[in-house]
Design a protein around this ligand. Structure first.
Ligand SMILES: [Fe+2]
Length: 449
């Protein structure tokens, strides 16, 4: 989209330094390893990112999706990267030209596995299926049951194997649709949800019996976008609400709870305690208040750990800040999604930087007490989303490893760090050297064998 930028687009933050794209597709291995990769770690670490094929994009959100994988077997590792070849890629589209074709996904935000499929996701289009070698297979519409879009943050229920997700749509009602698919990926429910405004709903919350939508005031303005203005802006006067719905058979019946206007890109986890729903989230005071490019950056536009407790019997929400460390990209043990989880893992952010800047720390939070364990990688390091991989036959929740991409800014070198999650601030078990810099990006997952 030809949205106006406050700085010349060539110098936009998302094209500088290690945000700049890499343009070739390679397959390299075995990679050099410092330390020892745990032999029981077998699978693919896969991460999506925004990587404009032309070397330029008008906005961070607009870059072509590139998948990077580190395939780990028998203590050895290989690297591979591929663009996701959607119509958005093939026709070299931008956000605006791709907006009205659900197949024209940048596919740049996340990659998940469900029912044997690997799906590359972006939140305003259909998912795109890729194979284990990251070759593009085609758009996935859940046998035609999917509307115009699917969130990049679905949840796989660890109890039922269901895929729970939503789609939001900016151009016309219904602005929101809820979906529940069974463990085989067959859509069982598709429920339109009424919300007052077309808002950017990046992520949501799932518990054992409920889902909680976040109607937060980053509001779409089609007229402004058509005029070349900012398509999304922070409008606190639109209000902020949490929408609680039963996961199964609620027919779109949602109870809304008002909260203070804010923005949350990513919740950590949510669970039920009797009549209460407890949500841990990375809350920021605002997003895009200073323009479409202002996603993260500065004290008020950066995530911090908060807890929202929704009392379904009393009809209230208690909002509490848990910590003041700027952090986002939270993960937990995926086997505890929607259930009480003790440990949350997050990447630090630099609150002094004017745009999204990853920090030198990874954090391990005790969500019960709010206590934080910090792993410092040194001032030249920038750490990405920490993904927890459980050990087979694990004896406790944090018995496993944290996998995170680290970039050393002074050496311009990227590595995949493997930390023992129970020795979080100790030396890494291993660090795998990437064959060239791996650009900063968005989300990924561990695809175990
Ligand atoms: Fe996200």
């Amino acid at each position: 989209m030809n949205a106006p930028t406050k700085v010349p687009a060539a110098k936009a933050w998302h094209l500088q330094g290690n945000w700049a794209p890499v343009l070739d597709e390679i397959d390299v291995g075995p990679l050099t390893v410092r330390g020892t990769i745990p032999p029981e770690l077998r699978g693919d670490y896969v991460r999506a990112g925004m990587n404009p094929r032309s070397g330029h994009s008008d906005h961070w959100f607009a870059g072509n999706g590139m998948l990077h994988s580190v395939q780990i077997d028998d203590g050895q590792a290989r690297y591979r990267n591929r663009f996701v070849r959607t119509p958005y890629f093939e026709a070299d589209m931008n956000l605006m030209s791709g907006m009205f074709d659900p197949a024209a996904s940048p596919a740049n935000t996340n990659i998940i596995r469900h029912a044997g499929r690997w799906l590359a996701l972006e939140e305003t289009h259909w998912p795109w299926e890729v194979d284990r070698n990251l070759e593009t297979l085609g758009a996935h519409t859940f046998a035609g049951q999917l509307g115009a879009s699917m969130t990049a943050h679905p949840r796989v229920c660890p109890v039922t194997g269901e895929l729970l997700f939503f789609g939001y749509q900016l151009a016309k009602p219904p602005f929101l649709t809820y979906y529940r698919a069974d463990a085989a990926g067959v859509v069982l429910e598709a429920q339109p949800i009424e919300i007052p405004n077309p808002v950017m709903m990046h992520d949501w919350n799932v518990t054992r019996n409920h889902v909680v939508f976040m109607d937060l005031p980053v509001v779409f303005d089609l007229k402004a976008a058509m005029r070349g203005g900012a398509p999304l802006a922070f409008r606190p006067e639109a209000g902020a609400r949490l929408g609680v719905m039963k996961r199964n058979g609620a027919a779109g019946h949602v109870r809304w709870f008002e909260i203070d206007p804010c923005y949350v890109f990513h919740p950590v986890n949510a669970h039920e305690e009797g009549d209460r729903l407890v949500l841990h989230v990375c809350r920021q005071e605002q997003a895009m208040a200073g323009g479409f490019e202002e996603i993260y950056g500065g004290e008020r536009t950066i995530g911090r750990l908060w807890r929202w407790t929704i009392d379904l019997a009393g009809g209230t929400v208690v909002e509490e800040q848990i910590d003041d460390a700027p952090a986002d990209f939270p993960r937990i043990h995926d086997g505890l999604v929607g259930l009480p989880a003790r440990w949350g893992y997050m990447a630090s952010l630099d609150a002094k930087a004017p745009s999204l800047t990853l920090g030198q720390y990874l954090y391990k939070y005790d969500l019960g007490t709010g206590a934080r364990i910090t792993r410092d990688f040194g001032s030249d390091s920038r750490l990405g989303e920490p993904i927890f991989v459980p050990r087979q036959g694990a004896a406790s929740e944090d018995d496993g490893w944290i996998l995170a991409l680290r970039h050393d800014e002074s050496r311009d070198q990227s590595t995949l760090v493997i930390l023992n999650a129970q020795d979080f601030d100790g030396d890494p078990a291993a660090e795998i050297l990437m064959p060239r810099r791996l650009p900063y990006g968005a989300h990924g997952n561990w695809m175990s064998r």
